[in-house]
Structures are given as C-alpha cells and as structure tokens.
Design a protein around this ligand. Structure first.
Ligand SMILES: CC(C)(COP(=O)(O)OP(=O)(O)OC[C@H]1O[C@@H](n2cnc3c(N)ncnc32)[C@H](O)[C@@H]1OP(=O)(O)O)[C@@H](O)C(=O)NCCC(=O)NCCS
Length: 170
C-alpha cells in the first residue's frame, strides 16, 4: 500500500475512480458524472502532468488505485498563500481503514512544504458526517456555512467551509 502523486500514466485509473465517486456521491462534489464522463483520457492525463501549483495524490493497494485527493494553490497572487482540497474520494471497499486520513496528511504536507501556503481550505456538504469527521481529525475546523450551496436533482444542500492552518503566522 502506498500514497504517491499521480502521473499522466495513471489517467485511466484516475478517471475510473473519479467517475465512480461522482456517480456514487452526487451531493459530495460540485462537478457531476455527466460533465466528466466524456472527458478524453488525453485531457485527464494533462491534468495529471507535473505542475508547480497543485497535485493529485492516489492511494494504491498494489497496482490498484483506491483513493484520491487533489490539492491546488489559489491562482491569484493575493490569494496564493492559500490552497484548497478537492475531489476527496475513497472506494467503498477501502473505507474506514485510514486511507482518507493518509491521503489528507500527504496533501497537507505537500501544501505546507512544497506549495509553501499558510492555510488550506475546503468545502463539505453539511450532511456528510464521515467527511466532516475525517477533516476535523486532521486539523480542519468549520469557519462558515453557506446555505443552499448545491442544487442536486432539485434538492438544495448546505455547505460547510473548513480551514486548516498549516503554517503559523510569523
Ligand atoms: C469521507 C471519506 C473520504 C473517508 O475516507 P476513509 O478512508 O473511510 O476515512 P478514514 O478511514 O481515513 O477515516 C479517518 C477518520 O475519519 C472519520 N470517519 C471516516 N469515515 C467515517 C464514517 N463513515 N463515520 C464517522 N466517521 C468517519 C473517523 O474519525 C475516522 O477515524 P476512525 O476510523 O479511527 O474512527 C470516504 O467515506 C468517502 O470517500 N466518501 C465518499 C466521498 C466523499 O464524501 N468525499 C468527501 C467530499 S468533501
């Protein structure tokens, strides 16, 4: 079992896991299965190419990708001291064995040590107790709640905004 940064050669597995997540948990992600199912593998591979401002990490059981998380620095210069977590997903048969936590620990260390940011933000559906519990466990706290953030199949969902300080103020 290993956690590593994903590469363009992981595109097929990443796309498969990502689409499973979008299909299984439509109210956990802002994107949708319909919007991503047609994405060509070359485009997915480009997203996995090495970039200085973000990365996608994968958790592997042998050669099989079972969990993923993205971390991305904010694009504008005045926001560049911040990064955000996106696309956190662990396959159902790999859950509750520490995979999500291990992925987040890697993502936060990368954000602090390689991106050099001060804080990492994320958004999570207020009904997603598993994810909220996981995020709290690695150091995130809720700093705000947005009502009616997501509209999925006619149902509105509220979103917690969470932050983790990865570098203390100097
Ligand atoms: C949320 C998710 C990523 C958790 O992944 P995981 O690998 O099962 O999490 P871990 O095993 O690392 O759990 C670490 C801690 O998080 C908390 N946790 C995880 N799943 C939980 C659950 N179902 N209920 C309550 N707490 C939970 C616990 O504190 C757990 O520690 P413990 O097992 O010692 O009690 C996974 O359930 C998932 O992919 N869900 C669907 C997609 C999703 O909701 N993504 C988040 C989008 S914001």
């Amino acid at each position: 079992m290993t956690v590593r940064r994903l590469l363009p050669s992981d595109a097929e597995q990443f796309q498969s896991v990502r689409l499973c997540g979008l299909q299984e948990c439509p109210s956990a992600f802002a994107s949708s299965h319909e919007e991503e199912v047609g994405t060509p593998l070359e485009v997915v591979a480009q997203r996995l190419a090495h970039k200085p401002d973000g990365a996608i990490f994968g958790w592997f059981a042998g050669p099989a990708l079972r969990g993923v998380v993205g971390v991305q620095r904010e694009g504008m210069s005045k926001l560049a001291h911040k990064a955000y977590i996106w696309g956190m997903y662990v396959a159902p048969d790999a859950r509750r064995s520490g995979v999500g936590q291990e992925l987040l620990v890697h993502a936060l260390a990368y954000a602090r040590d390689e991106l050099g940011v001060r804080q990492v933000n994320l958004g999570v559906n207020t009904q997603n107790a598993a994810a909220i519990s996981l995020y709290r466990r690695v150091g995130f706290e809720v700093y705000g709640t947005e009502r009616e953030f997501l509209l999925v199949d006619g149902v509105l969902h509220d979103e917690h905004h969470m932050v983790c300080q990865v570098r203390s103020a100097t």
